[in-house]
Design a protein around this ligand. Structure first.
Ligand code: ARG
Length: 589
């Protein structure tokens, strides 16, 4: 299992204290002050405040441009007046050292000692939960993710949904939500009619066991090569039989499904990912038919050339097909039934479909039909789309050309690279522990290689880049973490209950300031459904640390104890951050 700590902690139990993260607490406090001088509501003041581009300009700034419009004065003048009157206050909050106007901004400088101590306490009073908030308290989110199609190998397309879905579920959990992860298998549809045709014609069920997926894929390709009207109609007939519950045909289908799930589970084990529910389209064929009937009766859907369709052209969503002319169900109708069922079962507040962007229209149609059926909760559903993986050459990878990369191959290639790198670094043979570590590094490479890209963008996939121990990669981040752990071991560091509090130098303070951003990043990544924010933060943090570490001597310096504390803080925040995107750290590398 990937690190459980953060996932299993209910924010309510352990995090009452952190209803507001520290930065927010300070912002609220400052808003109260500022509101005495302006007509803006406190909330607006707090949300307008931001971090200046450099710490030389203070820790937080309030822009006066909106006020300038209201008061019809220049922002510069307002900032100056406000800074002066705030500076004169007898009861300035302790955390504020200095208030200064710079251009149209009022800049606040924190007391660095107090701020650093507070951040230290927040990181370690609740280790593993630093960064967690309660914004989603009492809410339930269903996250549909992965959802590969059976009888095919687990390819790179579904890898994205799996990795991003997992990250989202962790991020939502860290925001106080109860999460339900559903894997919705593509296990129903006309393609299985073709497959059964192929199996019956050329196949041998006893051979299925050896290498089921490849065997099935070959048969499917063979059927497609043969395709003519007769094959087509025979295949359709097989699918119709499936829908009618034919025992013999269904028993074949069941075998295909079981073998496929076994294969998929190997991938999920490698990635350390599990689900709360594995369901599939097959569960919704019947209920899908009923919904289509209902839509017909209510005049929402209509017949056209024997099919049942719903015209969404006027909303710019084209025409949705709900039932084929041969009476069999279709993807869209099954999704309608699945959505209704999940709402009933889980009473979710939100439901996310983590699916490729090529299905955008499908989901628009789905949400729109639910609306027409009177399900006002359709607003709680979102399609969280991701882009494609492209080849190194920037070209599309498609299954039909046979150039699709299989997850098994990706894993093997990456894992081999990682183990050969580890072999270079140590003289002894790799033992079980090393191999376990290699597995974690491989995961980190694959997961970070994905999540570090904004999900809607296409990714040029280059395994040699993502596995590198240097640069913008998962293995680099693990290395940075492990190096800190090794430094702390060498210093025989033990985390003090009461930290050493001294005035930080600029370099040290930059690091503390970076730590303090983490809780807000967690909140934002949830609001924007964007795990890449966390990946980016992890890398920025590591860079800041690197810059600190190359410039600040630790061992033997008169600030050794203080700097060791900073290293300890860094590794803890980095660990939490990586954990949120599904990457587990290693203690040695
Ligand atoms: N199995 C589908 C595919 O690979 C993805 C399923 C997406 N989820 C959904 N509820 N339609 O294309």
């Amino acid at each position: 299992m990937v690190n459980k700590e953060l996932k299993n902690i209910s924010p309510t139990e352990k995090f009452k204290k952190a209803k507001r993260y520290y930065f927010e607490v300070i912002k609220m406090e400052l808003s109260s002050l500022i509101s005495k001088y302006t007509e803006l509501p406190k909330k607006d003041i707090a949300s307008a405040m931001s971090k200046p581009p450099s710490l030389n300009m203070g820790d937080v700034a309030f822009p006066c441009f909106n006020l300038a419009r209201i008061q019809k004065k220049s922002p510069k003048v307002i900032a100056k007046e406000m800074a002066e009157s705030l500076e004169k206050l007898v009861e300035k909050p302790k955390i504020i050292d200095k208030i200064e106007a710079v251009g149209g901004y009022v800049n606040f400088y924190f007391n660095r000692e107090i701020f650093s101590e507070q951040i230290y306490r927040r990181i370690f009073d609740n280790e593993y939960t630093y960064g967690v908030n309660e914004s989603g308290e009492g809410k339930k989110v269903v996250i549909e993710m992965s959802s590969p199609n059976i009888a095919k190998s687990f390819g790179i397309g579904h890898l994205r949904s799996t990795i991003i879905g997992e990250a989202l579920s962790r991020i939502y959990a860290a925001n106080g939500y109860k999460t339900i992860k559903i894997n919705y298998l593509g296990d129903w549809g006309t393609q299985f009619g073709k497959l059964i045709y192929g199996l019956k014609k050329w196949g041998d069920l006893s051979k299925l066991e050896e290498d089921p997926i490849n065997y099935l894929q070959d048969l499917y390709i063979k059927t497609n090569l043969e395709i003519n009207e007769d094959v087509e109609s025979a295949s359709k007939n097989y699918f119709r039989l499936m829908e009618e519950g034919d025992k013999e045909i269904l028993s074949i289908w069941k075998k295909i499904r079981e073998y496929s799930i076994k294969e998929f589970n190997k991938v999920y084990d490698l990635l350390g990912i599990s689900f709360d529910l594995v369901s599939g389209e097959s569960e919704y064929s019947k209920r899908g038919q009923e919904i289509v009937e209902e839509l017909l009766k209510r005049g929402i859907a209509k017949e056209s050339k024997g099919s049942i369709i719903i015209d969404l052209e006027s909303e710019g969503k084209s025409v949705g097909i709900l039932r084929k002319s041969d009476g069999t169900t279709i993807y869209l109708s099954r999704d309608l039934a699945a959505a209704v069922d999940r709402k009933k079962r889980y009473g979710f507040d939100e439901m996310i479909y983590e699916v490729g962007s090529e299905q955008k229209l499908h989901f628009q149609q789905l949400f729109s039909i639910l609306d027409k059926m009177g399900y006002k909760w359709n607003h709680q559903l979102r399609h969280i789309a991701h882009g494609l993986y492209l080849g190194k050459d920037g070209k599309k990878l498609s299954t039909r050309q046979g150039s699709s990369i299989k997850m098994g191959e990706i894993w093997k290639y990456t894992f081999d690279k990682v183990t050969s790198e580890l072999r270079k670094r140590q003289e002894t043979l790799l033992n079980d522990e090393d191999l376990e570590k290699a597995k974690k590094i491989t995961r980190a490479a694959i997961v970070y290689g994905d999540i570090s890209n904004f999900r809607e963008n296409d990714i040029k996939y280059d395994l040699d880049t993502i596995v590198s121990m240097e640069g913008d990669t998962g293995p680099y981040l693990l290395y940075s973490y492990a190096r800190c752990k090794s430094i702390l071991r060498k210093l025989s560091y033990e985390r003090p209950k009461n930290p050493l509090i001294i005035k930080p130098t600029d370099k040290e303070y930059r690091l503390v300031s970076k730590f303090s951003e983490f809780p807000e990043i967690v909140l934002k990544s949830r609001i924007n459904d964007d795990p890449s924010t966390i990946a980016k933060y992890s890398m920025d943090l590591a860079k800041e640390f690197n810059s600190f570490y190359t410039q600040c001597k630790v061992k033997g310096s008169n600030r050794e104890e203080y700097r060791a504390q900073l290293i300890d803080m860094y590794s803890s925040v980095l660990k939490n951050s990586l954990n949120l995107i599904g990457i587990e750290t290693v203690e040695r590398m």
